[in-house]
Design a protein around this ligand. Structure first.
Ligand code: NDP
Length: 300
């Protein structure tokens, strides 16, 4: 293996440490405690795990965590009423509605009901527009985490060729906007891209956000390129015993690591950065709400 492994777990701990430092200063200098409200509708087991872990880390960095657990059959009107209440609550600086929502609820309507200034997931249409036009936005957590890792590893990204594989609204598109904001030459590849291997091989930076286990192999990678693997896929792992599974990314780690200059592993790469960036966004939202200086190194 030639690639440096970008340790997302360690870097996320550093980011959380910076968040905790800023939270401590907000408390000491201004008597302000940032608050994050998480809304969970229904009992999806994976969502419950995420919400629990978000709540725990929110408290660990010194912020207030408010969890709102609603029944799976909650009406849209009741959910919107709760969001309204959180929008006007001065103790709440960030609001996150855990997705996916049960089928009877209109996700776009619900997300766009959140005050954009408190939209720490960065999915509100206003934040999408602000990011696209290079203005101060709340930025989606996963791409923000990828950007932070790239800046930390490469320093300036200016002039580099970046290929983002995947064009979803939550990862691919905002990732491309962020890389463009850092003056990369950006290509977005997707399921209809012709000769995707050749497109990927031109890149100094490859961000894979596809949802297909180990699709990107070493021959897709230009020697020395930096590879950010956003994918989280569970596959069978008979080597661990019958019925066992393991997590893999969208990149085939072993073959990519033979060629790349640096690569994020799965697990332990982008995943831990996502919650760290949620906390970063909450402290940023709180600072902005009070007209105070934003935390350094925690924004796009
Ligand atoms: P989506 O399913 O919304 O988007 C996948 C994208 O990949 C689409 O744009 C699709 O193209 C493209 N794609 C699918 N198949 C191919 C192919 N064969 N060749 C090229 N492109 C292809 O996924 P998300 O963006 O939500 O997530 C992507 C991955 O990232 C998933 O594994 C997910 O679990 C993971 N993830 C990880 C997070 C983290 O915290 N680490 C957070 C969010 C997601 P098209 O548009 O043409 O269909």
């Amino acid at each position: 293996m030639v690639a440096t492994i970008i340790d997302g777990k360690a870097f996320a701990a550093t980011v959380r440490g910076k968040v905790a430092g800023h939270v401590a200063r907000l408390k000491a200098d201004h008597g302000i405690i940032p608050g994050l409200a998480v809304v969970l509708v229904g009992e999806d087991p994976a969502s419950q795990v995420y919400v629990r872990s978000k709540g725990k880390m929110t408290v660990e960095v010194g912020m207030n965590s408010y969890e709102h657990k609603l029944e799976a059959d909650t009406s849209e009107a009741d959910l919107l009423a709760l969001i309204d209440q959180l929008n006007t609550d001065p103790e709440v600086h960030g609001i996150l509605v855990q997705l996916p929502l049960p089928g009877h609820l209109n996700e776009a309507l619900v997300i766009n009901a959140i005050d954009p200034a408190k939209d720490v997931d960065g999915f509100h249409i206003s934040n999408v527009g602000l990011l696209a036009t290079g203005q101060k936005a709340m930025v989606p957590c996963t791409p923000l985490g990828c950007l932070m890792m790239l800046r930390d590893h490469l320093g300036s990204l200016s002039g580099l060729n970046a290929v983002v594989i995947g064009r979803s609204n939550i990862v691919g598109k905002p990732m491309a906007q962020l890389l463009l904001g850092d003056s990369c030459t950006v290509t977005i590849a997707h399921s209809r891209t012709k000769d995707i291997l050749a497109v990927s091989r031109r890149a100094d930076i490859v961000v894979a956000a596809v949802g297909r286990p180990q699709m990107v192999t070493g021959d897709w990678i230009k020697p020395g390129a930096t590879v950010i693997d956003v994918g989280i896929n569970r596959i069978d792992a008979p080597e661990k015993g019958e019925g066992k599974t393991r997590l893999v990314g969208d990149c085939d780690f072993d073959s990519c690591a033979e060629v790349a200059g640096a690569i994020t592993p799965v697990p332990g790469g982008v995943g831990p950065m996502t919650i760290a960036c949620l906390l970063a966004n909450t402290v940023t939202a709180c600072s902005r709400a009070h007209g105070l200086a934003e935390p350094e190194g925690l924004t796009a």
